[in-house]
Design a binder for this molecule. Sequence first.
Ligand code: TEU
Length: 547
Amino acid sequence: MTWWRDAVVYEVYPRSFADGDGDGVGDLRGLLGRLDHLAWLGVGALWLCPVYPSPQRDHGYDVAAYDDVDPVFGTLADLDAVVAAAHARGIRVVLDVVLNHTSDAHPWLRDHPERYVWRPPRPGFRGGEPGAEPTNWGAAFGGSAWTWDPGRGRYRLGLFSPWQPDLDWSRPDVRAAAADVLRFWRARGVDGFRLDVITLVAKPDVLRDGPVRPGARYADGVALCVDGPALVDHVRGLRDACGDALLIGEAPGVTPASAARLTAQGGLDMVLQFEHAELDRWPERWRRRPLDLRDLKRWARRWQDPGAGWPALFLGNHDQARVASRYGDPGRWHSRSAATWAVVLHAHRGTPFLFQGDEIAMTNRPLAGPDDLVDVEGRAVLAEAVAGGADPEEVLDGLRALGRDHARVPVSWDGGPHGGFTTGTPWTPAHPEAPHRNVAAERADRSSVLHVHRDLVALRRAEPALVDGDVTVLLPDDPVVYALRRRLGRTELLLVASTTADPHPWPAAVDPAPWAGAQVLLTTARVAADGDPAPDPATAPTAPTAP
Ligand code: TEU
């Protein structure tokens, strides 16, 4: 039942993973052909981002049918084949299900419009006229969260976009339909689900205006819908529909207390929270501020508390910038800094998630100007920030650091054309570093960051203290060194990681003496120092007596 405690979950964004038919878009046949990479890494589960029929305006997070596969990705039979082939390799399959909203192309909107969230115009206004929207909420991908429907004489809610209308979970038929989605896929052999923005499904009974930040036009509707009163019951209904399947809740706005409720009472196995991903970009999505390591340690103390449930641990995913660029230092310590952050993540209590391409420390993609923005969110963020008076260059810089496009660059498999992703023309350009940074090259090099990821996967299986040990966050006030102690019975593990490019002394507060005879389980000192300029070996940091 708890197989996922010592497993690593590998996230596949299928559009950008591997193309099996040469049309330039990644697909299930492509994934099938690359499953041995996951097996070689040793991961316990594969989280597959949405492959359902969809207009693809948000790359599948706009679902037009819950029980089929979009032809761009293949067929239902291809998905069955992926599940069978994964199982044959000891890999479980977790499907991403988007149950807060559908696409406006879903037949429900036509045949069962009552299943969506509708509200009358603001009192005193005529529907459709400026200011008549029921609340002042903006959609995450730009504009108002409300769409006027003259036929129905009401507004329809779309927290992400007008073409992603929100389902009304206060209706039993909606909850029953959602549960049926999980039953359908369970019956096809799927092992678990990642529930997209599950914290948003229980809307407050009364929808009210929210605060509008300076420079913004709308209030943040998402923030106002998080964690509604009925959420735990709604989640419990999903749990009851899917037996002991792994249930991962994507949970914007969750707190340790609500995470505890959602797991203990709602039956989720773990939640994906985002507090750590906001430490270097806040309040606006694009406004970068340097990560203060002490904030990350405060986050760890908050979320590593066993009272918050079992954590899902991640640094990268398909909505985030590349780990190597965002947290590491590709200029001077490319592989080694990325490896360090991987070790830091894995040293925590919880199930680590690895996003495709991060295992070879792919970096952010170059972004020359606004025309290079592909993703709906990036384009909306730029347009809205500029409309609010922000300097476009500053916003672009923010997107260069933090945008969603970086994660969606095709995986660099080898040094061939388009990094081996496709034999055709890729839907978005391959990474410029693919010729020298790719899976094939890194596999052949035992000192690569890829091998560190593989060793980390194996270490979890071998070392119970890494899985079940209690956690102490050390050096809370040190802005450079990240250190943790794990303890289980008589076993103690110590993580000491320097996050600076320059040589740094061993922290005085960690007495090396008791660790003198300790076994070094993993050191990033073995990872190629492949930054630019080449570091001087005489001053390069070495591991003292600790891991
Ligand atoms: O993302 C939910 C979410 O909260 C996003 O707003 C995320 O925090 C943001 O994109 C980071 O920049 C989920 C999916 O992961 C995302 O891909 C979808 O676009 C979104 O839901 C709508 O379904």
